[in-house]
Design a binder for this molecule. Structure first.
Ligand code: ACO
Length: 324
């Protein structure tokens, strides 16, 4: 067992200023506020301004996380950024953020696991810290899905929004961590299901960026079963019973998925942190954004056990248990 554990020191979030409501969408495609709220729970989402990039959102979220921790950018020696909507094919958005923050040491790289990206990024950063390779990481989920949405497709354009969330993850000696830190992480993928949720473009295949395509009801079905299985694996690994979990912070895809998973796991609705009504699905940004909201409004308190989960294109999925 390692002498180190990765502890969440702070969280920051950023949402672009522009808000797109369901009524706004009703003027763009044949849909209604009633349909969207009933099927998804989403009421509004934020959309990046022209010229506002994924790295811009990530930098804002990172600055807020650093400020909350009382740290300077130079205190960070690792950036792991999860995104499916990078500024460029290369360099990585993580290195763009590193440059914008003025960090000239350490390492930065992107993770591509779509909506599960933040859980994957957290796991990779945790492994680096626990191994003793780095001291303090920014783990970021940042997306501008508005750039890959087909705005004429009512089945998908109502679901997504833009945003970024960032977590400062810090290496501590287990003996000095007061029981805090990442307790367990479970990651899975199954490429047989890649056609259920994908983008129909890419540099090698089409030389285009492409648009998001989804078989919504199939994704829904996989989401409920696969997330429940993953959470059970994570809890078993940490030897924690579901009744000990204080807060469930799921990927914010759809209120019906969140409620169905919580019901399967025997988690009370009152323990779910849900931001889906205000943010929509911000892909890799959704979990750290929801953590940020619940930490700032005082729901999540130091010492509590927090369960994170996500599923996304690939399919990829995973979950993590953290004592904050
Ligand atoms: N407004 C009005 N009607 C619509 C809309 C809309 N925005 N979108 C679809 N419809 C219509 C369809 O055309 C269809 O009409 P028809 O019966 O005349 O053919 C009808 O509504 C039912 O369509 P379904 O796709 O079967 O609707 P469903 O109840 O499955 O809800 C939804 C669709 C909300 C997308 C749901 O399947 C879902 O949430 N799936 C999960 C997918 C998801 O969250 N993906 C996000 C990325 S992955 C992730 O983050 C987990």
């Amino acid at each position: 067992m390692s002498a180190y554990v990765s502890v969440v020191r702070s969280v920051g979030g950023y949402l672009p200023a522009r808000v797109l409501t369901n009524d706004d969408l009703g003027r763009m495609v044949q849909t209604s506020d009633d349909w969207i709220v009933e099927r998804t729970g989403i009421r509004r989402r934020h959309i990046a301004a022209d010229g506002e990039t994924t790295s811009d959102l990530a930098v804002q979220a990172s600055r807020r996380a650093l400020e909350a921790a009382g740290l300077e950018p130079s205190d960070i020696d690792l950036i792991v950024l999860a995104t499916a909507t990078p500024d460029y094919t290369f360099p990585s958005t993580a290195t763009v953020v590193q440059g914008a923050l003025g960090i000239t040491h350490g390492a930065a790289f992107d993770i591509h696991a779509v909506c599960s990206g933040f859980i994957y990024a957290l796991s990779m950063a945790d492994n680096c810290l626990v191994r003793g390779q780095f001291e303090r990481a920014l783990v970021i989920g940042a997306e501008t899905f508005s750039r890959i949405i087909d705005w004429s497709d009512r089945a998908t354009c109502v679901l997504f929004g833009d945003g970024a969330g960032a977590v400062v993850l810090e290496r501590r000696l287990v003996a000095e961590a007061d029981g805090r830190g990442i307790k367990a992480v479970h990651l899975r993928s199954d490429g047989r299901y890649r056609d259920l949720l994908y983008v129909d473009g890419g540099p090698s295949k089409t030389r285009t960026v492409g648009h998001l395509r989804m078989q919504g009801n199939q994704v829904f079905r996989h989401a409920v079963t696969k997330i429940s299985e993953s959470v059970r694996e994570t809890l078993a690994q940490a030897q924690v019973d579901i009744s000990e979990v204080d807060w469930f912070v799921p990927h914010q895809a759809n209120q019906r998925i969140l409620s169905a998973v919580a019901e399967r796991l025997g988690l009370a609705e009152s323990r779910i942190v849900s931001t889906v009504a205000d943010h929509g699905n911000t892909s890799a940004a959704s979990v750290p954004l929801a953590m940020d909201v619940a930490l700032r409004d005082g729901r999540i308190r130091p010492g509590q056990l927090v369960l994170l989960e996500a599923i996304g294109g690939g399919l990829t999925w995973g979950s993590a248990l953290i004592r904050i």
